[in-house]
Design a protein around this ligand. Structure first.
Ligand code: HEM
Ligand code: HEM
Length: 223
């Protein structure tokens, strides 16, 4: 009999759906010109990214960066369509891993550039007045003319790839991001589950609170 294996722990799942909602909110508030809310929500995105950075080191097995690092060996195996030997890899697939890294980095760049952006009318990110004008200019330009489109392209690719897996490959990746579990298809060597119990969730809550404080300090809204 096949056993379900916990792949995405609760903190990773909450992180994902909160991030997705907040990022959609960033586009909506950016385009509506609701920049008060845009900047408040920007702090939420920053907090979530800081949390994911820590959870990539301290989180459940499949959420750890070390387990979906796009190493040359993993990419080479992917090119040769060769399965990894040993336990089945249940986390992000190698190409998916690349897109996750790209999304996290481009999101971080969008947040950092936003912190230094200035609309030259009424709103400026909290770092804008602390950096040289040329930097503010460059960051505003990146934020509005490059970063948002780069991010949008990656997000379309992200959702497109997930729909492709669902419709063409009959593999539903969305359900595990909701309930956390996957059914391994290879039964020879069991894959390790991600730890996801009261204590790991408590740890995640503690880390999240620390990230809220750091994000508040970084953006100056906490004072
Ligand atoms: C603005 C919207 C979104 C953002 C910023 C986003 C971002 C991300 C990130 C960063 C990850 C990696 C999770 C981790 O390891 O921390 C991820 C994975 C995932 N996302 Fe999204 N996402 C968005 C929208 C969506 C939507 C709408 C869906 C559903 C259709 C979705 C389904 C998934 C799934 C299924 C995975 C796991 C993929 C796998 O098995 O490798 N995402 N997403
Ligand atoms: C995921 C993160 C973010 C996304 C997707 C995003 C997206 C956007 C969009 C779509 C616009 C409108 C650009 C236009 O009119 O063409 C905008 C403008 C702006 N954003 Fe963000 N933003 C993000 C994070 C932030 C953060 C963290 C801050 C600061 C705390 C920030 C500050 C600003 C400012 C000041 C503007 C006005 C700049 C201008 O008029 O050119 N953004 N952003």
């Amino acid at each position: 009999m096949k056993h379900r294996v916990r792949v995405w722990d609760l903190p990773t799942r909450l992180f994902h759906w909160l991030l997705a909602s907040a990022v959609i909110g960033m586009f909506v508030t950016g385009y509506l010109g609701a920049l008060d809310w845009h900047m408040r929500l920007g702090c939420v995105v920053l907090t979530l990214l800081l949390f994911r950075g820590l959870w990539g080191v301290l989180g459940g097995h499949w959420s750890r960066f070390a387990n979906f690092y796009p190493s040359p060996r993993r990419l080479w195996n992917l090119l040769r369509a060769k399965r990894e030997e040993g336990p089945e890899h249940l986390g992000h697939k190698p190409l998916g891993a690349l897109s996750v890294w790209a999304m996290l980095l481009v999101l971080l760049a969008q947040v950092v550039s936003g912190l230094m952006s200035d609309d030259d009318i009424a709103y400026a990110g909290p770092w804008a007045r602390h950096v040289p004008e040329a930097v503010t200019y460059g960051m505003t330009n990146y934020h509005a003319a490059i970063g948002q489109w780069l991010l949008l392209a990656l997000l379309l690719l992200h959702v497109g790839a997930i729909l492709f897996y669902w419709l063409a490959k009959k593999e539903n990746l969305i359900a595990p991001m909701l309930h956390g579990d996957k059914l391994p298809t290879l039964t020879s060597t069991p894959s390790p589950p991600s730890r996801d119990d009261f204590w790991t969730r408590l740890l995640a809550l503690g880390l999240l609170l620390a990230c809220v404080a750091v994000s508040g300090w970084l953006t100056g809204f906490a004072t």
